[in-house]
Design a protein around this ligand. Structure first.
Ligand SMILES: C[S@@+](CC[C@H](N)C(=O)[O-])C[C@H]1O[C@@H](n2cnc3c(N)ncnc32)[C@H](O)[C@@H]1O
Length: 208
């Protein structure tokens, strides 16, 4: 999907990927605090709040201003808007920032942790390689990484979200390990179920 298509999704409210209660695998398997966490393609996920409450500084990057403003409004968080580089929405009295714009233009001091749910899997194969390289350029060498993917038979239906296998994941980030996998068929997009998909897994890839 091109940037305009994502922006349109936010304009018309077609955001079926959004998890109002946050991601259960994040809540079950994230073990780090005191980190500065990069969250690319963050949408308005409550995972930003969860990561902050787990003791981290959280920095999201999101294309859509609607998503960013809804995140702050729906969670009752005041922010200030700073300019210079991508527009920077910085929470007042909270350790959460969101930069609004194209992730591939985002620059910052290196982060020591990376969280992705719904980001990598949203991108076409060519863009995923670019995403992985750009993300690596924003991370310290020993940064913690926590990336959630989905796995299903892409012969039955096509992404997004795209199915991403182990070879590709380890090609992007060789330090990752397949940490957990749960049957997530019940939460598959309706278009997948209508196409006859019978099994989809949500997979957690993590560094140690
Ligand atoms: C499938 S959604 C996932 C959002 C969030 N991670 C979540 O779990 O709810 C993908 C998000 O990436 C954003 N996005 C797509 N391309 C982007 C880009 N190049 N730069 C920044 N954000 C982008 C979209 O606007 C959308 O909010």
């Amino acid at each position: 999907m091109k940037n305009d298509a994502w922006l349109e999704r936010w304009e018309v409210g077609r955001t079926g990927w959004h998890e109002p209660g946050g991601n259960r695998n994040l809540q079950r398997h994230w073990e780090w605090s005191g980190k500065r966490v990069l969250v690319p393609l963050c949408g308005k996920t409550p995972d930003l709040l969860w990561l902050e409450q787990a003791g981290n500084d959280v920095v999201g990057v999101e294309l859509s201003g609607i998503a960013v403003r809804e995140f702050f409004a729906e969670n009752g968080i005041e922010y200030e808007l700073l300019s210079g580089g991508l527009p920077h929405y910085r929470a007042i009295d909270r350790r959460i920032s969101i930069y609004c714009g194209d992730y591939f233009e985002f620059e910052a001091e290196p982060f020591d942790a990376h969280y992705d749910r719904g980001g990598l899997v949203a991108l076409s194969p060519e863009l995923r390689t670019r995403y992985a390289r750009h993300t690596s350029s924003l991370l310290e060498q020993e940064a913690r990484q926590f990336v959630i993917t989905v796995e299903y038979d892409q012969a039955v239906c096509d992404g997004p979200p795209y199915s991403i296998g182990a070879n590709e994941m380890l090609g992007h980030w060789p330090r990752l390990r397949r940490h957990a996998s749960v049957d997530d068929t019940a939460n598959a997009p309706p278009k997948f179920l209508e196409a006859g998909l019978e099994l989809m897994h949500e997979v957690v890839w993590r560094t140690d």
